[in-house]
Each structure stands twice: as C-alpha cells, then as structure tokens.
Design a protein around this ligand. Structure first.
Ligand code: GSH
Length: 244
C-alpha cells in the first residue's frame, strides 16, 4: 500500500508537488494525474474532489485514511512520511530557513494569481475583475520577489547548498509566471534569475503542457495589464517591473 496523491499535470500549486516528486523519487507514493478540470466529464472525479472542502488539487490520501488538501501541508507530510532524501533541512535553523522562503513564495503566488485573474482576459466573465486589484497585485508580486532576492545567499539552491522544497515552490511559481503568462523574473533579481535559469535545466522542471486555448489568452499579462489602463496609473506597473 502506498500514499496516494491526486494532482493536475500543470498549474502553480500542483506543479510544486510534481517537481518535488521528480526530485525526491519516493517509492511509497502513487500519483494519479488528471487533465485540466472538466466538470461535465467528471475530471477530476467528484469522488476525489469530495475528499476535501475545497476540492482543489493536489489532494493526498494515506492508507490510514488521512486526507490533506493543501499543497504546502502535503509537502510537509511527505517530508515526514515519503522515502527519499531530506528536502526540508536537517536542523531546526535550516528547516526554518526553508520554510521562510516557502511562505514568502506562497505569498508571491497569491499576489501573482490575483494579478492573473484580474488583469488578463482569462478571468473575464468568470470572476468579477478589477484593474486596480490587478495593478496592486502586480506591484506586490514584484516587490515580494525583490524581498526574496535579498534573502538568497550565494548558494546553488534557494535555501542553501542542497535542494529543498523551497526550490520546488519557487520553480513552480516562476515557471508558471514565465511560461503561462509570459511574465519573466524581473531583471534586477539577479540571484533569482540565475537560479531560475540553472534550475530550469533539471528534468524535474520540464515545462508542463498547458491547454492551448487558455495559454493564448494568458500570454502577455504585463503588456495587457498596461494597455488597459490610463497613462496615469500604468507607470506604476511599468515602474514595478522596471519596464522603462
Ligand atoms: N491553496 C491550495 C490551492 C490549490 C489550487 O488552487 N489548485 C487549483 C489548480 S492550480 C485547482 O485545483 N483548481 C480547480 C478547482 O479549485 O476546482 C493549495 O496550495 O493546494
């Protein structure tokens, strides 16, 4: 019997786990990947989404009946229970350093997700959108990346000399921003950019396939956000991204 993980093949939260599992290679985790959500086709199956209150992916189910429905809690649980190399940190200080990055990156993704939802055609007609929210969240996203940049030392990986869950969360976030919405790592975040280029070459970070119709509408988020706003406010996003 194995720990079961239900997940999507793409998406910023699912991809945290996809990258993590490709790095950790545990032998006691069985993964089921679903295509993009389609309620009519029962994908992912209602029997799976009903396991948690949100029904979002990823979802973990262990053999004793334990169910976990948040990606960061799943990562921690797998660090406790999955076979494979330690990816959190051996000592309390190292673990705390990894978690600091993870929380900062999680906040960054929240800002980015809101920017994408409110600032791109993908959200239109699906959620109530606000150009102000889009701009505020774009600024907060870039600001958060600049803070993370300051926290990174001169190490090969985000939290130190060994790969940790922070690398998986960082890669899933920056890859989603770059590949799906065409928003690159800001050029002034040199350490983050160097790390991103380096980590992108790992097999675990292979670009996932995105649904073509959604990809087409998501691309060029920054340019699209700018073009929708009067010149009065657009410079704020322009400055935040150092667009010149
Ligand atoms: N905070 C959750 C977010 C998970 C999430 O939003 N997953 C998305 C995919 S990126 C999802 O399943 N969306 C479909 C849905 O909620 O029905 C986590 O960290 O696991």
């Amino acid at each position: 019997m194995a720990i079961k993980l239900y997940n999507f093949a793409f998406g910023p939260y699912p991809q945290r786990l996809n990258i993590y599992l490709a790095e950790k290679k545990p032998t006691n985790v069985e993964v089921t990947l679903f295509d993009e959500p389609d309620r009519r086709a029962d994908v992912p199956p209602a029997a799976i989404t009903a396991l948690t209150v949100t029904g979002s992916m990823p979802i973990l189910k262990d053999e004793d009946g334990t169910v976990i429905g948040q990606s960061l809690a799943i990562l921690e649980y797998l660090e406790d229970k999955a076979f494979g190399p330690d990816m959190l940190g051996a000592m309390p200080a190292a673990r705390a350093r990894t978690r600091q990055f993870v929380h900062m990156l999680d906040e960054a993704l929240t800002f980015f997700g809101l920017w994408g939802r409110h600032g791109s055609p993908l959200g239109h007609g699906i959620v109530r959108t606000s150009q102000d929210v889009a701009e505020i969240c774009a600024i907060r996203y870039f600001g958060q990346l600049r803070l993370i940049e300051k926290m990174i030392g001169g190490t090969e990986f985000i939290a130190g000399d060994r790969i940790t869950v922070a690398d998986c969360v960082a890669m899933a976030t920056l890859q989603y921003a770059a590949d799906f919405y065409a928003v690159p790592v800001p050029p002034e975040c040199i350490k983050l950019q160097t790390w991103f280029e380096h980590f992108s070459t790992r097999p675990s970070a292979a670009r996932p396939g995105y649904p073509e119709d959604k990809l087409a509408r998501a691309q060029g988020l920054a340019a699209y956000s700018l073009s929708r706003r009067s010149n009065e406010v657009a410079p704020v996003v322009r400055t935040a991204w150092r667009l010149g």
